[in-house]
Design a protein around this ligand. Structure first.
Ligand SMILES: Nc1ncnc2c1ncn2[C@@H]1O[C@H](COP(=O)(O)OP(=O)(O)OP(=O)(O)O)[C@@H](O)[C@H]1O
Ligand SMILES: [Mg+2]
Length: 313
């Protein structure tokens, strides 16, 4: 079966969120490293651009950002400069293909995760002035469930949990879902299956996560779509050209367009806080999120037995 990227039956169709004043702020996460979050964030953003959306892509991966590398560019300015106040957010923007704007990751130790509260406040204020200019802000949060990722998940208006069908990735995606629900999130949480060998494998993986979440958390993420394993993705990474452009008719690119179409067909019920408020709320939450993580771990919720053939409960 050809990978359309959308679940069958296809997602609802509907108007794009016209007249919106703040961007849909979507945090891309997944728990496990290497499941394809950055490639997804970049190519999903480009697919949204193809659909006429104005998109800001922020590399929020603490000190390990890779979006500039995936694009084959070397930005002079990045998030670190905005955090330090040495340039405006507008001046730090990099123009990428299809009109996409990128705010590259802070390099080395000068990372969002290490930023002082006043630096994040400065960044929030700086980005606030930008948010009206975009329809969607996609933020690649990186792997793991540290305090910053935890806070981002809680503060976003929507989240996309990326996983592969492998049990280890599913277990980490489930742990991410548990962290999300513990933070009483607003707006939708989506599930994206990446590197699936077939529609059947992707559907089984999504069904597994959804049913374990429903069973143990009385809540579940909503399947957004899936992207097949496609060797063109690895090739495009080596060539430093997003696969949506380098292999535009390949299975992964076609699937990504289906995922973007499904996303655009949804008008979020709740707009969420917008970029500025998201970052400002981070300042308040990072301390609380860290202690929240410890509390959840102390209650033994992170490492409970893995149900047979499924994710961790
Ligand atoms: N759909 C796909 N088909 C084939 N390979 C893929 C696909 N998606 C991602 N990959 C491969 O997986 C590798 C890891 O992808 P990526 O860097 O996007 O993961 P990540 O989740 O962002 O990793 P990290 O947790 O380190 O930030 C890439 O080098 C790419 O080659
Ligand atoms: Mg990454």
């Amino acid at each position: 079966m050809e990978a359309t990227g959308r679940w069958e039956p296809a997602g609802r169709t509907g108007p794009s969120p016209a007249g919106a004043t703040t961007a849909r702020v979507v945090v891309v996460t997944g728990g496990k490293g290497g499941v394809g979050k950055s490639n997804f964030s970049l190519n999903f953003s480009l697919a949204l651009c193809e659909r006429g959306r104005r998109v800001l892509l922020v590399d929020g991966d603490s000190g390990l950002g890779s979006l500039d590398v995936l694009l084959g560019i070397c930005p002079e300015r990045h998030l670190g400069h905005v955090l330090r106040g040495s340039c405006s957010a507008t001046d730090a923007l990099v123009r990428a293909p299809l009109g996409l704007h990128l705010l590259a990751a802070a390099s080395g130790l000068q990372a969002l995760g290490d930023a002082a509260a006043e630096e994040v406040t400065r960044l929030g204020t700086a980005l606030g002035s930008l948010s009206v200019a975009y329809d969607v802000c996609v933020l690649d949060a990186g792997a793991g469930l540290g305090p910053l990722v935890h806070a981002l998940l809680a503060a976003a208006s929507e989240r996309i949990v990326v996983t592969t069908p492998e049990p280890t990735a599913l277990a980490d995606a489930y742990a991410t879902c548990k962290a999300i629900i513990a933070s009483e999130p607003r707006g939708e949480t989506w599930l994206l299956i990446n590197m699936a060998e077939s529609a059947a494998e992707a559907e089984a993986a999504a069904r597994g996560i959804v049913s374990v979440c429903r069973g143990y958390l009385a809540w579940s993420p909503r399947p957004l779509g899936w992207v097949p394993r496609d060797p063109r993705v690895c090739r495009s990474v080596r060539e430093q050209r997003p696969f949506l452009l380098a292999s535009e008719q390949g299975p992964a690119a076609r699937a990504m367009r289906g995922v973007a179409a499904a996303f655009c067909s949804e008008s979020p019920v709740e707009r969420g806080p917008g970029l500025r408020d998201l970052l400002l709320s981070l300042v308040q939450r990072v301390g609380g999120a860290a202690s929240g993580c410890q509390e959840v771990q102390a209650r033994g919720l992170w490492r409970t037995p893995l149900p047979r053939g499924g994710a961790r409960s």
